[in-house]
Design a protein. Structure first.
Length: 213
């Protein structure tokens, strides 16, 4: 008996039901870690990249996206913030400089899409003990550098230095470091594929960094 071919949407729904946790983290495999290692090395490279290699309009778009990304975190607008990220993404806070391979070293944080969704849901309950009372934050960043990802036409890498002021429960403190990003254009929109947060004191004991950096 002939049957109609299964649609891609139906196949995706069928496959998703096969996993206990959704969305599944199947994209985080060995080739993905190899790629992240190469990305990390490129983001932290000690070299001067030509400033004229990126179209000014693209530079402006990337700068605007990263400004919005920082502002949404300060506003604790987690759902719009997640909307800036690709379905297959990584949020990574290494525990050293230069960033060690997350397969062989402890990380301060390493989240795929599913873990980000878990954290957002927990923070949005209002009952996350480590964020009661909630941190108030204000971010400043500068020194944006942008360059094309090797061998691509729709992906770019970027980095900037930042300071992050936090006030919580009557106390203030300051965090600092630099952020590295991989940005990809999908259907005419720039989205974040990787955010790597490099704290200047990443190899020392940390305070209550239970908010998104």
């Amino acid at each position: 008996m002939n049957t109609a071919p299964e649609s891609s949407a139906a196949a995706s729904e069928r496959d998703s039901k096969a996993y206990k946790h959704n969305p599944p983290s199947l994209y985080v495999d060995q080739p993905y870690y190899d790629w992240l290692r190469d990305v990390s090395s490129d983001l932290g490279a000690q070299e001067v990249r030509p400033a004229d290699g990126i179209d000014p309009a693209l530079w402006h778009r990337i700068g605007a996206l990263l400004s919005v990304e920082a502002r949404l975190l300060d506003q604790r607008a987690y759902q719009p913030w997640l909307g800036l990220y690709l379905d297959e993404c990584a949020y990574w806070i290494p525990s050293g400089m230069p960033a060690p391979d997350p397969r062989t070293s402890v990380t301060l944080e390493f989240h795929d899409r599913r873990r980000l969704l878990d954290r957002v849901e927990r923070l949005e309950t209002g009952f996350a003990y480590s964020q009661y009372p909630t941190s108030r934050t204000a971010r400043q960043w500068s020194g944006l550098e942008v360059w094309q990802s090797p061998g691509t036409s729709d992906e770019w890498r970027a980095r900037y230095s930042f300071t992050l002021a936090e006030f919580r429960n009557g106390f203030s403190r300051l965090l600092a470091g630099w952020n590295g990003f991989v940005l990809r254009e999908v259907a005419g929109e720039l989205r974040v594929a990787v955010k790597q947060i490099n704290l200047i004191d990443s190899d020392w004991p940390q305070g209550n960094n239970s908010f998104f950096l």
